[in-house]
Design a protein around this ligand. Structure first.
Ligand code: B12
Length: 214
């Protein structure tokens, strides 16, 4: 039953149907399925299929948008169940998606999980210029800067931000954690990031490691 429900939820994201996603997410919650299972095994799987359909030319941009809206509707239903369980304060994280990049779902989920786990998260949003990260880092003195990029054409911005931090003499005052679908450990190492994570749960592990609390 649970599996069938999760399969239907995947399908509802693939079909870009926010109302159905909300309905099925509520049903999954009421059946006692763990929110993280709903997130990882249904919503995220659904949006990944949407991306695959786009790369094979079966879906167009409006389909991507619909898929994103559908996923977002489900995530909003899960959010109250995921937040507010932390008992300890770990530190401050400044997050944003780089300039030229409008992808925010993954960043938002990472931010949500960090909050749940006891971090204060300041979200700069999407399409954030490198100098905005620097300006805000000076003003807010975060422990970690989290930089998201989803396009191969925008991941270079992560490098730019790290270079600016060095130029401004801030690099040793803050840890840098990067992420996004095209990001891997080799890229993180190449640009001198302190850490990278491929999903929201490992972001929390890495963030705690970076501040020496893992
Ligand atoms: C939804 C989506 C969109 C939506 C975004 C809506 C929104 N509000 O976010 C819209 C429609 C706007 C969009 C637009 C475009 N998109 Co798009 N999009 C996607 C799609 C289908 C899903 C992305 C997503 O939300 N995934 C779900 C989340 C949960 O996963 P995630 O983002 O990877 O995040 C996880 C990890 O990466 C990590 N993470 C993410 N950020 C961070 C940050 C830190 C600090 C850490 C530690 C971890 C971390 O943790 C997250 C949680 O698990 C992907 C396909 C894919 N497989 O990624 C394409 C995809 C990224 N898009 C793509 C493209 C080409 C585009 C467009 C250029 C299309 C066009 N022709 O206009 C535009 C670009 C717009 C722009 N300037 O940004 C390509 C990129 C190809 C490439 N190699 O560069 C992809 C891969 C699709 C494809 N297969 O071709 N897109």
């Amino acid at each position: 039953m649970a599996n069938e429900l999760l399969d239907n939820l995947i399908e509802a994201v693939v079909e870009g149907d926010p109302e159905l996603v909300v309905e099925l997410t509520e049903e999954a919650i009421s059946q006692g399925i763990e929110p993280l299972i709903i997130l990882n095994e249904a919503l995220t799987k659904g949006i990944t299929i949407v991306g695959d359909h786009f790369s094979t030319g079966h879906y167009y941009l409006p389909d991507l948008l619909l898929g994103a809206k559908a996923m977002d509707a489900g995530v909003k239903k899960l959010e109250p169940l995921l937040v507010g369980t932390a008992r300890e304060f770990y530190g401050k994280v400044l997050m944003g998606t780089v300039q030229g990049d409008l992808h925010e779902i993954g960043k938002n989920i990472v931010g949500m999980m960090l909050k749940t786990s006891g971090f204060e998260v300041i979200d700069l949003g999407i399409d954030v210029p490198a100098n905005k990260f620097i300006e805000k880092a000076k003003e807010l003195k975060p422990d970690i800067i989290g930089i998201s990029a989803l396009l191969t054409t925008t991941i270079g911005r992560q490098k730019e931000i790290i270079e600016l931090l060095i130029e401004e003499g801030l690099r040793d005052q803050v840890k840098v954690m990067i992420g996004g679908a095209p990001i891997n450990g080799a890229w993180a190492e190449k640009i001198g990031a302190d850490g990278y994570a491929e999903d929201a749960l490992s972001s929390v592990v890495i963030a705690k490691k970076l501040i020496g609390r893992a």
